[in-house]
Each structure stands twice: as C-alpha cells, then as structure tokens.
Design a protein around this ligand. Structure first.
Ligand code: UTP
Length: 293
C-alpha cells in the first residue's frame, strides 16, 4: 500500500553541553538565528513538507519549547490593545491550526536512538520523518525535508539526508558507503557511527534529516548502547539495512551545524545577510570591521 509521511519527530531532549552555560535553563533548540528559534525553522520546514503532526521528544528544562508552540493569551491581548498587528501576525503564524503538536518526555538523555524510540506509541505503523533542529538547512526552493518526502513517494523506503563532509571530520558523523554513485539518491550498503578518518569508507555524512520506515522501532528495541555510551540511531539503521533498502540522498541546500558555536555563528551572519531589513546595515558593519589576528 502506498504510504505518505505525515508525522515528524523532533528529538529535543539532549543536554546541549556544547552551549553551556547558555543552555543551563534554556533549551539549545530555542537559541535564535537572527530572530527565530532553531526549532521554529525545523517546524516550518516540516510543515512545508506536508507534515501534519509534530512530535517533540522533550526533557527537563525544555518547557520553553512547548510554550513557544502554544497560544499566549496574555501577550496576544496586550499586542492587540497596543495595535501591534505585525507582531501579532508573526505569533499567529507559528503553527497553523491544522497542525497538531504532541509532547513526549524522554526521562533520561540515553541517545538519539532512544529519543526516536520514545515516539513509537504515537507513530505506530507509519513511515515518519526525524528532524534535528540543530542542523539548519537553507533552501531558496523546496526545503530539505520536502525534497525527501517527494522521493519517499517513489522509494517507499528509508531515506537519510547526507552531505559531503570534510574528510578530517568523519568522527563527528554517521558515515555511509553507497552501492553506486549515480545522481543524488543511492542505496546504502554500509553505515558507521563516527568513524575516525583513517577508518571511514567515504566522506558522505548523515545530517539531521531522516525518513524512517516504522520497522526501525524493532531495530531500536534491540540496539545496545554504542558510540559515546548512547543508543545510536545509526546502529539501528545498520540493522535495518540487512533486511530492507535504505537510501542516502544528497539534498540541495546549505546546512549549518548549529550544534557547534562556529556553525551557529555562521548561520546568524548568513541569515542576517539574507534579511531584507538587516542586510544593508549589517554588511556595512562587517565591512568596517577591523579584523586582526
Ligand atoms: P546532539 O548530541 O547534537 O545534542 O543530539 P545534545 O546532546 O543536546 O548536545 P551536546 O552534544 O551535549 O552539545 C542531536 C539531537 O538529538 C537530541 C538533541 O536534543 C539534539 O536535537 N537528543 C540527543 C535527544 O533528544 N535525546 C538524547 O538522548 C540525545
């Protein structure tokens, strides 16, 4: 039977240690790129891809995420009274009424694989998307997840978003080896979590966009702790590959790794330079900077 992807999982229960102390009481996913939190970019990309149910896997200190996607009566009333229609409009557009939000708690941050497994009771037996908000992907045209849901219509199989990463940084990614190298969509025949550059079979790194078959849950249930003592999604995908086709897709778009300070700062600069109101002033500021070593 032909299936469509209508649910997306946003694992947001991680500790965000690379951004401490900022993330002591604020979720990493609420850090803004210019004026919008990372999680909102991820949600907008998912909604544009046709997702109707947003499933957030949250944890302690992540309450701000649920608040962000909830109605804020007091603020809205206040803005109305002050006739701040533009600001009010921007709040009303955060989540369309036709989209549902579900919040599930991951009591302990046992790893990305474990976070995805927490979504099983809501996903049941459907294919679904996983979006990691700290991987921000900019596109002028169809978003990264939209490209992948379109492909899923044809393959009806698991698809991982991948990109070429610098060969010296393979130890930060799940690395895949594909059976062929023709075009952007290729079947994977090996996946390894965070290999050292000398052991890596390629430099095709998995980034935070996945369309997963529901059979992944069976794999996750029998996956032991892997790299970093965490239950790794990559290890479960490796198990899935021995039973069914898994594809890698080199998406169109520019990815920013906002889980690192450098990626986060780069994204802020580039998004500010794309912003109609900011770009002129900001470009002027940047070109006047006297940069010394
Ligand atoms: P990361 O490892 O990039 O995020 O996980 P982190 O653990 O929050 O950050 P650092 O490494 O300590 O700085 C990728 C995504 O998976 C989620 C994170 O919230 C992030 O969106 N995650 C990770 C979970 O939801 N649960 C986990 O147990 C681990």
């Amino acid at each position: 039977m032909h299936k469509k992807v209508t649910k997306a999982v946003f694992p947001v229960a991680g500790l965000g240690t690379r951004f401490l102390p900022a993330t002591k009481s604020i979720p990493k996913e609420m850090l803004p790129i210019v004026d919008k939190p990372l999680i909102q970019y991820a949600v907008e990309e998912a909604i544009a891809a046709g997702i109707e149910t947003l499933i957030f896997i949250t944890g302690r200190t992540k309450g701000a995420i649920a608040d962000h996607f909830d109605k804020s009566y007091e603020l809205e009333k206040e803005l109305e009274q002050r006739q701040k229609t533009e600001a009010l409009d921007c709040l009303n557009k955060i989540v369309p009424a036709s989209v549902s939000c579900v919040y599930l708690r991951q009591a302990e941050a046992l790893g990305l694989g474990h976070a995805v497994l927490c979504a099983k009771p809501v996903i049941e037996d459907e294919p679904f998307a996983v979006v990691l908000p700290d991987d921000l992907v900019h596109n002028e045209g169809v978003g990264c997840l939209g490209q992948m849901t379109e492909l899923f219509d044809e393959t009806q199989s698991t698809i991982l978003g991948v990109e070429r990463v610098p060969p010296e940084s393979t130890a930060s990614y799940g690395i895949v080896k594909t059976a062929s190298d023709s075009g952007r969509l290729n079947r994977i025949d090996q996946i390894v979590e965070k290999p050292q550059p000398k052991d890596a079979s390629s430099n095709l790194g998995v980034v935070g966009r996945y369309i997963l078959a529901p059979t992944i849950f069976g794999e996750l249930q029998s996956t032991d702790k892997g790299a970093g003592g965490e239950i790794q999604l990559t290890d479960a995908i490796a198990g899935l590959m021995s039973r069914e086709a898994v594809y890698a897709y080199e998406f169109h778009g520019t990815r920013y790794d906002c889980g690192t300070k450098l990626g986060f700062l780069t994204a802020n600069v580039e998004y500010a330079l794309r912003d109609a109101e900011l770009k002129q002033g900001f470009r002027g500021f940047l070109s006047a900077l006297d940069i010394h070593e």
